[in-house]
Design a protein around this ligand. Structure first.
Ligand code: AMP
Ligand code: MG
Length: 400
């Protein structure tokens, strides 16, 4: 059985990376991944300008005139850079061009203006208030590497750099199927023995958030012939993700069907929750994941395996943030598998605390209401005691 790291590495090594690209306007770029580095069209700042409302002057002039200068002219936002008349000061506003000849700005709060003459204090702080051309980035500079997933913050930088469109990878196509004779979509009354399907619904939601083009393959009975026909077109997708039936029970038909369609790379990982999990390939473009049926296992394995696989497919570098926190309760366990507990992180006086939540069964979704992190427990660990330091993975932070 593979360890978490071995399984993740096996997936990374076997990903066929995206090749199709498309050009999208900036307002459609969030969540997409760059296929070509965008270059700055302009310097930022584009010209020397003022960081404050105040008075622009030449420091040597001010020294000669013992701290007073007549006010002449004004530089406002959007105006063409003016020329400072020697021996004068110019009114200037935040973002307005620094006039030629000026090398200093005093903020308006410290300058007294009377009868058109500005009196400056003897000690003026100046250079801080000039934003120099190109001090942020330069025209022609590559702003991001290939594989960067565009965030709303990136839109600010790209727009400021004059980039109006970007080349991104075409969205991966993903077929999502839930297997199980007991599953019914919410909205339908339940018959005896049935339950509402939740894994496929959550998988689709997560995939869409990660910028995938999802095809909902619906709920399929635990019947190899039916499943085979639903998955017959698997080669047309970049990814196929199934839920349930990946174990070794009589009705666990997923592995069997994947073995007929393609090749299974591995099907068990030494983690809890989520041990029965298969990964493999169909043809030369399709990657498949058979995720476990238990709802929490499905969510955790998506985060541990599918998310990094999508990232690798997009030429990205996958990373997650691991923090250490003081744990607030005890947890005992049998060693053997790496374990991820649903936990709640909080800060108090600048220190991080984690609580292992009650209700850790992999069928228990109610616990998710409070979950904002996973507590990661090493294979050999016997658990922890309140006050111990534990490793936590926040659920909502992507640091790559
Ligand atoms: P399986 O992996 O198919 O043996 O399923 C393990 C457990 O997860 C069983 O209790 C199933 O009823 C449940 N389960 C399987 N698939 C789903 C699903 N898509 N939504 C909700 N529960 C599921
Ligand atoms: Mg099942």
């Amino acid at each position: 059985m593979l360890s978490l790291e071995q399984a993740q590495a096996a997936i990374r090594d076997r990903i066929t990376r995206a090749s199709r690209t498309q050009t999208v306007a900036l307002d459609a770029a969030v969540g997409r991944t760059l296929a070509r580095a965008p270059f700055a069209v302009v310097d930022n700042p584009a010209f020397d300008n003022s960081a404050m409302d105040g008075y622009a002057y030449n420091a040597a002039d001010l020294a000669r005139t013992h701290g007073t200068l007549p006010v002449q002219g004004e530089s406002s936002c959007g105006s063409v850079p003016a020329v400072l008349t020697p021996g004068t000061t110019m009114r200037i506003f935040t973002g307005a061009p620094l006039p030629t000849g000026a090398d200093a700005i005093a903020i308006q709060e410290v300058v007294q203006v009377q009868g058109g003459v500005a009196a400056f204090p003897s000690q003026v702080k100046t250079e801080d208030f000039i934003r120099r051309r190109g001090e942020d980035f330069r025209s022609g500079e590559a702003l991001y590497p290939i594989g960067r997933r565009i965030t709303p913050m990136d839109i600010a930088l790209l727009a400021a750099a004059g980039v109006s469109q970007v080349e991104v990878f075409a969205k991966p196509t993903v077929l999502v199927v839930a297997t199980g004779d007991e599953l019914v979509p919410p909205g339908t009354p339940l018959q005896a023995g049935q339950i509402y399907e939740s894994n496929r619904a959550a998988t689709i939601a997560q995939l869409r958030q990660l910028g995938a083009e999802v095809v909902d393959g619906g709920i399929v009975k635990d019947n190899p012939t039916t499943l085979h026909s639903v998955l017959a077109g698997a080669v047309n997708y970049d990814f196929v993700i199934t839920s349930g039936g990946a174990s070794v029970g009589d009705h666990d038909v997923v592995k069997q069907v994947f073995a007929q369609l393609g090749s299974i790379e591995f099907w068990r990982v030494k983690i809890k929750p989520g041990k029965p999990l298969a990964f493999g390939r169909v043809g030369d473009k399709t990657h498949f994941f058979a995720l476990p049926g238990n709802p929490v296992s499905s969510l955790v394995t998506f985060k541990l395996f599918v998310e990094p696989a999508l990232k690798a497919w997009h030429h990205g570098v996958w990373a997650w943030l691991e923090l250490t926190a003081t744990v607030e309760n005890d947890f005992r366990r049998t060693p053997g598998r790496m374990e991820f507990l649903r936990g709640r992180l909080r800060t108090e006086d600048g220190r991080l605390y984690a609580q292992a939540l009650p209700g850790q069964g992999s069928h228990m979704l109610g616990t998710l209401r409070l979950t904002n992190a996973l507590i990661k427990i090493g294979e050999e660990s016997l658990g922890f005691k309140a006050g111990d330091t534990v490793t936590v993975v926040p659920m909502t932070l992507d640091v790559s």
